[in-house]
Design a protein around this ligand. Structure first.
Ligand code: HEM
Length: 480
C-alpha cells in the first residue's frame, strides 16, 4: 500500500536523507570528538582533509587552523590534530608506542617489508633491528670520504658560476647533491647527477609521487577503487604507484648490480648480514633501498634549501656562520670541512636545527591510533581507535615551547644551554618515538647520514662563496 502512495525511488531518497541526517547529527552532537573545534566540513567527511593535502599548502594551513581553533583541532570525523605539548609527548612516546594510523597503509600497499609505513609495531621493531646497523653513526662515518669526492665535484661546478658571477639555481644543485649522496651511501655509486648537471627528471617524478601520496593517504576508498578496478581496465592514473613501480625497479636494478661485490655501503652491509644470518632477503633489501631513494633524498634536499633560503634572508646570520666556521674549522683543507670540525661549530649546528625547525621537510600530520584504553587530551577523554597526530609544522610553532618569536628564524635559541634540552624534546623534524627517522640526527656528538651530508655541504658552500638572493628569484612553496 505504501508503494502505491510513493514510488520506490522516493523511498530510497527518504531513507538516504534520514541516514545522512542521523550521521550529521551524530558527528556534530554525539561523537566523542564533538566538543573539539575545527572546520565544519572536517567533522563530517574525510574528503576535507584529502582536499587540504591536495592543495599543496597544508604546512601553512594546519598552523593557521591551530592559531584559530586552539591546541587541538578536529580535522576529520575521527581525527584530531594535536598541538598540545603534553599530549604530543604521550602520542610519540617510546614505550607502549601508539601504532601508525590507517593512512600509512595506502603508501605501504602490498609490500611486506616497509619500515616507514608498517603499522604493526612488533613487525616494525623486528624489521628495524634487521636493518638498523648500516644507518648507525659508526657506519655513517665510513661514508665521509665518498661524500668528500661528491662535494669536490659540486664545488668545481659551482666555481664556474662564481667565476662568471652568473645567477644560478642553488636549490637545483643541492637536490643533485642530495640524490648523489643517497646513491653513494646506498650503493657506493653516485647516480652521476652532479657530474652530468641533470637529474633525468627524477625530482619531478618523486615530487609527483609525494603529492599524490599526500592526498591519497586520506582517500583510501578511492585508492582501493583505482588499484582494483580502474587500473586493471584503464591503466595507472596515480603517480603514487611510481613508488612501487618506477622507484622499486630503479632500486632493484641497482641492488642486482650491487650483489656479490664487496663494499661497506648500506646495500653491501645488508648483504653481509644476509650472508651471516639469511636475513634480510633480497626483496627486503630492495624495499629498503627504495625507501632510501624515496624518503632520504628529497627530504634532505628540502632541509638544505630551506636553510640556505633563511640564511639569504638574514645576511647577518650568514656572516656570523662564516666567522664561526673559519674559527672552528681551521685545520680542514680547502673548503671541505671534516665532520668532527663541523660538529664543533656551535653556530652551524644551531643553524641546521633552526632550519629544520622553521621549515621541516615533512609537513603532514603523523597519524597514530589511540590504543584501546583511550587517552586524555587537555582534560578530555579520547576513546581508543581515534586517530591523533601532530605535524612538525604545528609543534615547531607552539609559542609555549619556542617563545613569542616562534615564527622567526633565530638559530641563537639553540645556543641557550639552559633551554636546549627542552627544545630538543620537542624537535620533531625527524618524527618521534619508535618511528623516528633512521637517517636522523642523534644527540651528543653522534650523527647519521642526513646530518653528515647537510653539515658538510653547508660548511663547504658558506666558507667558499658569498651568496645573495637574485632580485627575480622565483621562490615557491608546495607541500606534498
Ligand atoms: C632532513 C632529512 C630527513 C627528514 C626531515 C626526515 C624525516 C622523517 C620523518 C618525519 C620520519 C617519520 C615519519 C612518520 O612517523 O610517519 C622519517 C622516517 C624515516 N626516514 Fe627520514 N628524514 C630525512 C632523511 C632520511 C634519510 C637520509 C633516510 C635514509 C637514508 C631516511 C629514511 C627514513 C626511514 C627508513 C624512515 C622510517 C623509520 C621507521 O619507521 O622505522 N630519512 N623521516
Amino acid at each position: 500500500m505504501y508503494e502505491q502512495l510513493f514510488p520506490t525511488s522516493i523511498w530510497f531518497l527518504a531513507i538516504f536523507a534520514a541516514s545522512a541526517c542521523t550521521y550529521v547529527i551524530y558527528q556534530y552532537v554525539f561523537s566523542p570528538l564533538a566538543s573539539f573545534p575545527g572546520p565544519l566540513a572536517a567533522k563530517f567527511t574525510k574528503v576535507w582533509r584529502a582536499y587540504g593535502m591536495y592543495k599543496g599548502t597544508w604546512h601553512r594551513d594546519i598552523v593557521d587552523l591551530h592559531r584559530k581553533y586552539g591546541p587541538v583541532v578536529r580535522i576529520g570525523p575521527n581525527e584530531l590534530s594535536v598541538g598540545d605539548p603534553e599530549a604530543f609527548r604521550q602520542i610519540y612516546r617510546v614505550s607502549k608506542a601508539f601504532p601508525k594510523g590507517a593512512s600509512y597503509s595506502v603508501v605501504q600497499g602490498t609490500r611486506p617489508f616497509d619500515l616507514a609505513n608498517e603499522r604493526n609495531e612488533k613487525i616494525h621493531a623486528a624489521q628495524r633491528r634487521l636493518v638498523a646497523r648500516p644507518y648507525s653513526m659508526e657506519s655513517t662515518k665510513r661514508f665521509e670520504p665518498q661524500i668528500d669526492v661528491l662535494l669536490d665535484t659540486l664545488l668545481h661546478k659551482l666555481d664556474d658560476f662564481a667565476k662568471s658571477s652568473q645567477i644560478f639555481d642553488l636549490g637545483f644543485w643541492i637536490q643533485l647533491y642530495a640524490f648523489d649522496v643517497i646513491g653513494t651511501v646506498s650503493f657506493s655509486k653516485p647516480f652521476g647527477f652532479i657530474s652530468s648537471g641533470t637529474d633525468n627528471a627524477i625530482f619531478e617524478r618523486i615530487q609527483k609521487a609525494m603529492d599524490s601520496a599526500a592526498w591519497l593517504m586520506h582517500a583510501r576508498w578511492f585508492f582501493n577503487l583505482h588499484q582494483n578496478v580502474i587500473k586493471p581496465i584503464f591503466g595507472n592514473w596515480l603517480a603514487l604507484n611510481d613508488r612501487h613501480g618506477y622507484f622499486f625497479q630503479f632500486s632493484k636494478d641497482e641492488v642486482e648490480k650491487r650483489k656479490g661485490k664487496p663494499g661497506k655501503d648500506i646495500a653491501g652491509q645488508l648483504f653481509q648480514a644476509q650472508a651471516a644470518g639469511g636475513q634480510p632477503n633480497d626483496l627486503a633489501i630492495t624495499f629498503m633501498m627504495t625507501t632510501n631513494v624515496f624518503a632520504g633524498s628529497d627530504t634532505t634536499a628540502i632541509a638544505m634549501r630551506a636553510i640556505f633560503l633563511n640564511l639569504l634572508h638574514n645576511p647577518q646570520m650568514l656572516k656570523k656562520l662564516r666567522a664561526d666556521l673559519q674559527e672552528q674549522c681551521s685545520s680542514s683543507s680547502g673548503s671541505i670541512v671534516n665532520s668532527s670540525e663541523a660538529e664543533s661549530s656551535p653556530y652551524l649546528q644551531a643553524v641546521i636545527y633552526e632550519g629544520l625547525r622553521i621549515f621541516p621537510s615533512v609537513a603532514f600530520v603523523l597519524d597514530r591510533d589511540v590504543p584501546p584504553e583511550g587517552m586524555t587530551i587537555i582534560g578530555k577523554y579520547i576513546p581508543g581507535g581515534t586517530v591523533v597526530g601532530t605535524s612538525p609544522w604545528v609543534i615547531h610553532r607552539v609559542q609555549e615551547i619556542w617563545g613569542a618569536d616562534a615564527d622567526e628564524f633565530r638559530p641563537e635559541r639553540w645556543l641557550d644551554e639552559e633551554r636546549i634540552g627542552e627544545l630538543r624534546r620537542f624537535f620533531f623534524a625527524f618524527g618521534g618515538g619508535t618511528r623516528t627517522c633512521i637517517g636522523r640526527r642523534q644527540y651528543q656528538g653522534a650523527f647519521t647520514i642526513t646530518w653528515l651530508e647537510m653539515e658538510k655541504l653547508i660548511a663547504a658552500l658558506v666558507m667558499r662563496y658569498d651568496f645573495e638572493l637574485a632580485d627575480d628569484a622565483n621562490i615557491t612553496e608546495k607541500c606534498g
